[in-house]
Ligand binder design. Sequence first.
Ligand SMILES: [Zn+2]
Length: 92
Amino acid sequence: MKAAVISVRLHASACLDVWQTASADCKERAELSAAVQRALTDLAALIHQESEAIKTEAPSTIDAIDKLIEEAFGRKERAIGAFYQHRGERGC
Ligand SMILES: [Zn+2]
């Protein structure tokens, strides 16, 4: 039992090494990853903006920011979808 657990861990570690080597060489993966990061950064900034605006701003301003959050969330979903699709197709 204990040996099996160690074996699984060694296998997982070896797979991670292979994955890290393959993914480090993939330019497309790096671009897709950067797109996800940009989308998440935009989304986080807008969420922070709305959390501040809700305290003092007019309803129309809050509505406008909320609309931007919905659009940013859509961009994040598309970016992570493309990232997952690449991973599924290429394994990196
Ligand atoms: Zn790739």
